[in-house]
Design a protein. Structure first.
Ligand code: TUI
Length: 315
């Protein structure tokens, strides 16, 4: 058992959050993660407000434990989605993809715990001034939309800069990552890529297999030229996207080319036209297991490491 202040704050047993991945973080996954004693998060990116409402209600039917919801601020209808989170009395909201500052107040007034995702110290400081409950410091090893600082330097700098609990994200897929995050001063971790490879995740088997088969250099970043870097597993879609980007295609053209491609990969398993977002830790993932098995394995591994490291101190 590893208890940190995050456990009491969120009413969870293990200091582990599941990333709110658009299309992949459905009610089944979020409920399974919460039932495993961690915090499941429903990913609302790109879904209609009504679909999000149904997903949250379905999650509540599948678990009586706390769970959260996530929306990236750059997705269409983010504000409406946040209102659904308020109406449905979600207990925790994570919100990232840019400066979430303008969106926080209604959530806070509704008594929801708000945990912004930050990719820099500057934004961490701004969020702290707005009275948020905790921060997720997400390094550029992560999948999907990313910043430009790696987890190892980002987390301790955010920890030093703010008087708030900090959750580490980016590049974490096992108990070694959890132990390392705690050593950096974090109170917990968030994992996305690793949770895709659970039996309860509804992502297409092709998507899970891409992650299982990935190695250390299987991911790449594209979209940086217009300020929206996204990390994905190398494949036909992202290579074509990068080529168009290098040729100087406009942001509008590239956005049109990318529209619907995450859904194509996650839901339809289209590994040719789909966008297979995943983090660098994909190379650490080599099985698909139930969320409970995964959470317990990660905690047990971190416990063993912390014990072993404590023994290094000698008498
Ligand atoms: O949001 C994410 N990752 C995501 S969202 C997403 S959905 C999507 N759908 C289709 C195409 C593209 C994306 C996929 N992956 N992570 C949270 C996160 N936030 N990572 C990095 C940041 C971030 C970056 C810059 C947060 C703030 C920020 O601030 C800029 C500033 O104003 O300082």
């Amino acid at each position: 058992m590893i208890r940190t202040p995050l456990c009491g704050m969120l009413g969870i047993e293990h200091p582990i959050l599941q990333g709110g991945m658009a299309w992949a973080a459905t009610a089944e996954l979020a409920a399974a993660v919460s039932n495993a004693g961690a915090l499941g998060i429903v990913g609302a990116g790109n879904a209609s407000p009504e679909a999000v409402r149904q997903e949250l209600r379905r999650t509540r039917e599948l678990t009586d434990r706390p769970f959260g919801a996530n929306v990236p601020i750059f997705t269409a209808g983010a504000e409406e989605t946040l209102q659904v989170f308020i109406d449905e009395k979600v207990s925790v909201v994570t919100i990232g993809g840019g400066n979430a500052g303008p969106y926080l107040e209604p959530l806070q007034q509704a008594g929801i715990r708000v945990i912004p995702v930050v990719a820099s110290v500057a934004l961490a400081r701004r969020m702290a001034r707005q009275g948020v409950d905790a921060l997720i410091a997400e390094g550029m090893e992560s999948g999907g939309h990313i910043g430009d600082v790696a987890t190892l330097p980002l987390v301790p700098q955010v920890v030093d800069a703010v008087d708030l609990p900090v959750i580490a994200a980016g590049g974490i897929a096992d108990g070694r990552g959890l132990a390392a995050a705690l050593a950096l001063g974090a109170v917990g971790i968030q994992m996305g890529t690793r949770f895709i490879c659970t039996t309860e995740c509804q992502a297409h088997p092709n998507y899970k297999q891409k992650i299982v088969k990935a190695h250390d250099r299987s991911t790449m970043v594209a979209g940086g030229s217009f300020g929206h870097p996204v990390r994905s597993i190398r494949g036909p879609f992202i290579r074509r996207f990068e080529k168009l980007e290098r040729k100087g295609c406009s942001e509008e053209e590239l956005m049109a080319f990318g529209a619907g491609t995450l859904q194509a990969a996650v839901v339809d398993g289209d590994m040719v036209h789909g966008s297979v977002m995943a983090g660098q830790c994909a190379g650490l993932v080599d099985d698909v297991v139930p969320a409970k098995v995964l959470v317990e394995r990660i905690v047990a591994q971190a416990e063993a490491i912390i014990r072993r490291n404590a023994a290094l101190l000698g008498p």
